[in-house]
Write a protein that binds this ligand. Structure first.
Ligand SMILES: *[C@@H]1O[C@H](CO)[C@@H](O)[C@H](O)[C@H]1NC(C)=O
Length: 258
């Protein structure tokens, strides 16, 4: 009998040992799970709450997670604003809408212009589109030059139209950093978000126009010829033309090229 009992006790012993360990093991697992959970918590600026984890991430760059630490938003330079002129002519209405939508961003300002060669119906259609577009209406940053001008490619009417649009954009608050003039046939290769982000690192007075008063060969080739722009006095489009006479270089102001 005794033998049987000791045999029985011998059999039970491992079981009682197991049972003895279950409780501390459970407590231990819960505590370590809790600690693990704490290490995943981060404070609002993106740094981990637990100090040991903080020093761990600071000294080890082997782990991708430490490199992926989000940059605090306040450290980014503020994004700039662009002012766009998108212009087109007869038949460009649809293309102009497409370009405008691809370029659109609530931060920017836009002026669109369909020149006098486009039929009144096409211009009216664009005007209604700009006025009724829910997003344009909400941010009020798209306007159309409704009194259309006749624009001759390479002519002074083109420069005048560009300056007119810039003047409108300046009058509308002028809270923009760069002016970009595009044709309806242009299409952006990057999104406005990417462009605004990239330009946020550039000094705001950076000029992309090569601008100099040292006009060199252009004095004879560009300043002295007399060019006539039919867009100034005609209602139909015609190319600019050169007359045989030349003029002297103006002295009342200095000529710049860009
Ligand atoms: C932008 O404006 C300038 C000056 O009028 C003009 O020479 C140039 O061709 C324009 N660019 C586009 C894309 O319309």
């Amino acid at each position: 009998m005794k033998k049987l009992k000791s045999y029985y006790m011998h059999l039970r012993q491992p079981q009682s040992i197991e049972r003895k360990w279950i409780f501390p093991l459970a407590i231990g697992s819960i505590v370590s799970l809790f600690l693990l959970f704490l290490t995943t918590l981060t404070s609002s600026d993106g740094t981990p709450l637990l100090p040991f984890y903080r020093s761990f991430t600071a000294y080890s760059s082997v782990f991708v997670e430490s490199k992926l630490k989000p940059v605090p938003v306040s450290n980014l330079p503020p994004p700039p604003r662009f002012a766009y002129l998108v212009s087109g002519s007869n038949g460009d209405g649809k293309m102009l809408k497409r370009t405008l939508e691809a370029l659109y961003h609530p931060r920017n300002s836009y002026v669109v212009h369909l020149d006098l060669e486009s039929p009144p119906q096409e211009r009216l259609d664009l005007q209604n589109y700009v006025n009724d577009h829910p997003t344009f209406k909400k941010f009020g940053n798209v306007r159309m030059i409704t009194k259309a001008n006749l624009v001759t490619y390479r002519g002074p009417t083109m420069v005048a139209n560009t300056l007119h649009a810039a003047a409108i954009l300046l009058k509308e608050g002028g809270d923009w950093d760069w002016f970009i003039n595009l044709s309806a046939s242009d299409y952006p290769l990057v999104t406005q978000d990417d462009l605004l982000h990239t330009f946020s690192y550039l000094p705001r007075d950076l000029n992309f126009i090569d601008h100099t008063s040292n006009i060199g060969w252009k004095e004879y080739q560009r300043a002295k010829p007399i060019i006539v722009d039919p867009g100034l006095y005609m209602t139909k489009k015609e190319d600019v033309f050169w007359v045989t006479q030349r003029r002297s270089v103006p002295t009342a102001f200095k000529l710049f090229t860009g």
